[in-house]
Each structure stands twice: as structure tokens, then as C-alpha cells.
Write a protein that binds this ligand. Structure first.
Ligand code: LLP
Length: 419
């Protein structure tokens, strides 16, 4: 459920008509709804109510906007970060260091030091090489880094191949059959406090089965580790729950997920941790855009909008579907190709899409753009970065300025020898 609804024929974000935002901030612009973020945070937390004191860390990569993170910090959420930049953001937004988990296969030496310096809650170590490097840094500082070992359960998440992470050929985690040996060896290190196992098999999962299969393997591993004399007090089950991108799409509800987790983990005797991203932020944002012009096409017209693949990359990258709706629908429909202005054919949001009839100057939204939207933007074609707005009831604020192409150019330098 979200708070983007038609009222008196005009699409609103909570109590704010979207044309008012377009007028004040211009287009394209990402618009987030605080009430929707809070609702999703609550629904997810309530879904985990059968568990004893679960730790929930929002996957910052899904939406790293500071104001969005602040809303989640106030909901008691921690953060799952994958870079020093995300760590700085999570702290700046008010997340407690102890509630921050650091994931990722390529944490640099400097990032490991940074995480240790900030005394974050947990490192999800993705290889034995990383484990030994972290141990050495921590030992020098006279510390012991709290760690989970991320395992690769070799489970097919049955999602888009680019966002599947739990197959043995993927770069993430250590193979299950080596996990006990690696965990036991790392547990000997003075600089490490090995305390658990982490797993994340992919994103936009449409079924609970692959998750359950992966969790069952983690459960067996925990038993094996304890049998080998290791301490295991935590298990991080990652994120991955899918959200509906099209009306009527059936996806597992958070409550079904929570019930499955409770059933599979009932004898684990650990503190469970979660890293949801999309399920919290996805449907809490839209990309508001204006039709530049309607161009005659061979079979259908091209609706050329002012947003492009640099602003919302998912359709170009993954062939992803985003619902497209007029802000002031007339009731008429049309079939169109919806494209951006960028000079490649990949800058196509949809082909042969049946949608609200639109003309030049009309406003429209791409829905479900609150996760992996603004954060994946680039400045390709020297288009700058779009603004982001957070709505709260009848008020709204710009929570990220539009970055003009000229501001990006300001960071470029002309060497003397070209002056
Ligand atoms: N934890 C880890 C270790 C992850 O790698 C991810 C996402 C998450 C949690 C959060 O997953 P979620 O709950 O959001 O599914 N750009 C792609 C999605 C990439 C996801 C990467 N990892 C997209 O636009 O679909």
C-alpha cells in the first residue's frame, strides 16, 4: 500500500498535489512519501513479531537519501552499508554505530579501518582473505571486530540474473562446504569476534522457496559450527523480498515471510538480523516527469519524457517494468513507446505500453521508483542529477538539490598544457 492516490482527478503524494511539486522544483524529480516509508517499516517489523528481538538494518543502497535514512532511524532501523560513503550517510542520518552492518566483497583497507574506528555493530566478512586483513587491522588497534561470515548457499533465487547473488558462481560469500573450515580458522584470530553467519541470495524475489532453501542450509551450518566448538550467536538473513511493480502482481507478503523465517529458525537460538531495502522504499517513491513532446512513430507514437535512463536506470539495465501514469488522467487511453531524450535506443522505459493518453507538457509518474532509483543515477549525456523531494502530510521539502550540469563541470580541470 502506498500514499500516492488520485484526488479530484489529480495524483497526490499524501496531501500534496504533484503539480505543485513540479511547479516548485521542476521535473524530473523523485518524490518520496514519508507515510509510505513508515508504513512499510512498520509492516516489516510487525511481520517479524514472532521472532525474539530481531535486528533490522535498512539496505542503504536502495535509497541513501539522508532524509529517508532519518525517517528510518526514527523507526528504530539500523543500516546495512556497502561502502565508506554509505557508512558516513548512515551515521549522519542518526543511525547508531552498533546498529550498522558492513557488507560487500570489496571493502578496502581504508573502509575496514573506518568501520572499526566507528565501532560498527558487525562486519559481514565475504572471504577468508578479508577476514585476515580485518583481523590484522583490529589487532593493531587492540580490538576485536564483531563479524559474521557470509556464505554462498548455491541457491537459485529465480530473479533477474544481474541481481542474483547466491549461486556458487556468483562473487558473494564463501562456499558452504568451506564455511566451517574458514569460520573455525577466523575464530582463532585475536582481532576477530566471529559471532555468526550471513546470507543474501538476491533481490526482487517473487517466491519464498529459494529463501527457505537458503535458510535451511544456514541452519544446518550453524549446527555444524557448534558441533565444531564454534560460538554462533547471530544470523543475518539479508534482504530480497520483492515488491509489486505492476498492478495485480502477486508477491509474498511480509507476514508470510516472517512466518516462514520463524518456522525455519525456531531452533537456531541466535539473534536474527535482516537487511530489507526494496520492500521498505520501493513503493514509497515515484519519478515525476513531464512529456517533452509526442513524436509520430511507425506503429505507435513515441512519448518523449524529460526523464531518462540516467535518472532511472532499471528499465535499461534489467528490462524492468515501472507503471507509468498521468498525473491528471483524462480517462482516455493510448498505446505508446515511452522514451527519454538520451542518444541510445536503450533509453526506452517501455515499448507498446498501454497508458493514460498524454500530450506535450503533461505530467506523469513512473511508479515504484523509491528503491534503486535516484541512487543509480548518472550524469550521462551531461544531464545532471535530478532533485529529490520528501512529502509529509500536506508539506514537502527538497531533500536533495538538483545538481546542474554546470556544477558537475565545475569539478573538472583543464591542465596547464591545454590552456
Ligand atoms: N543485503 C545485501 C547484502 C544486498 O546485496 C542487498 C541488495 C540487500 C541486502 C537489499 O536487498 P533488497 O531487500 O533491496 O532486495 N539495483 C537492483 C537491485 C540490486 C540489489 C543489490 N543488493 C535493482 O534495481 O533491482
Amino acid at each position: 500500500m502506498d500514499h500516492f492516490t488520485l484526488r479530484d482527478g489529480v495524483l497526490h503524494a499524501e496531501d500534496v498535489p504533484l503539480p505543485a511539486i513540479a511547479e516548485a522544483v521542476g521535473t524530473p524529480v523523485y518524490v518520496y512519501s514519508r507515510a509510505t516509508i513508515e508504513r512499510h517499516a512498520t509492516v516489516f517489523r510487525e511481520a517479524l513479531a514472532p521472532l525474539d528481538d530481531p535486528h533490522i538494518a535498512f539496505a542503504v543502497k536502495a535509497n541513501p537519501n539522508l532524509a529517508v535514512l532519518r525517517v528510518l532511524a526514527r523507526q528504530g532501523y539500523g543500516a546495512d552499508v556497502v561502502s565508506g560513503g554509505e557508512l558516513i550517510r548512515a551515521l549522519a542520518a542518526g543511525m547508531k554505530p552498533a546498529d550498522i552492518v558492513f557488507s560487500g566483497v570489496g571493502k578496502t583497507h581504508a573502509e575496514l579501518e573506518q568501520g572499526l574506528r566507528e565501532d560498527i555493530g558487525q562486519f559481514n566478512v565475504e572471504s577468508e582473505e578479508e577476514g585476515y586483513e580485518l583481523a590484522a587491522i583490529a589487532r593493531r588497534a587492540g580490538r576485536a571486530a564483531r563479524c559474521a561470515l557470509r556464505v554462498n548457499p548455491d541457491v537459485d533465487a529465480r530473479t533477474h540474473e544481474k541481481i542474483s547473488t547466491g549461486k556458487s558462481e556468483n562473487k558473494f560469500g564463501v562456499p558452504l562446504d568451506r564455511a566451517t573450515a574458514i569460520y573455525t580458522a577466523l575464530a582463532q584470530e585475536d582481532g576477530l569476534d566471529m559471532r555468526g553467519i550471513a546470507v543474501h541470495i538476491g533481490s526482487q524475489l517473487a517466491s519464498l522457496e529459494p529463501l527457505e532453501a537458503a535458510f535451511a542450509k544456514v541452519g544446518a551450518l550453524i549446527g555444524e559450527l557448534r558441533g565444531a566448538g564454534c560460538k554462533v550467536t547471530h544470523a543475518d538473513l539479508g534482504g530480497g523480498l520483492g515488491v509489486p511493480y505492476r498492478a495485480g502482481e502477486a508477491l509474498p507478503a511480509p507476514a508470510e515471510y516472517g512466518a516462514m523465517v520463524a518456522r525455519v529458525t525456531k531452533d537456531w537460538n541466535v539473534r536474527l538480523m535482516f537487511e530489507p531495502g526494496r520492500v521498505i522504499a520501493g513503493n514509497a517513491g515515484v519519478l515525476l516527469t513531464r512529456v517533452v513532446r509526442v513524436k509520430r512513430g511507425l506503429t505507435h507514437p513515441f512519448l518523449v519524457v524529460d526523464a531518462a535512463m540516467n535518472d532511472l536506470a532499471r528499465p535499461a539495465l534489467y528490462g524492468a517494468w515501472h507503471d507509468f501514469e498521468a498525473v491528471e488522467p483524462s480517462g482516455e487511453r493510448m498505446t505508446a513507446h515511452i522514451v527519454g531524450p538520451i542518444c541510445e535506443t536503450g533509453d526506452t522505459f517501455a515499448m507498446d505500453r498501454e497508458c493514460d493518453a498524454l500530450g506535450a507538457g503533461h505530467l506523469a509518474v513512473f511508479r515504484t521508483a523509491g528503491a534503486y532509483g535516484a541512487t543509480m543515477a548518472s550524469s550521462y549525456n551531461s544531464r545532471g542529477f535530478v532533485a529529490e523531494v520528501l512529502v509529509d502530510g500536506d508539506r514537502f521539502a527538497v531533500v536533495a538539490d538538483r545538481i546542474a550540469p554546470s556544477a558537475i563541470m565545475d569539478a573538472e580541470r583543464m591542465p596547464d598544457w591545454l590552456a
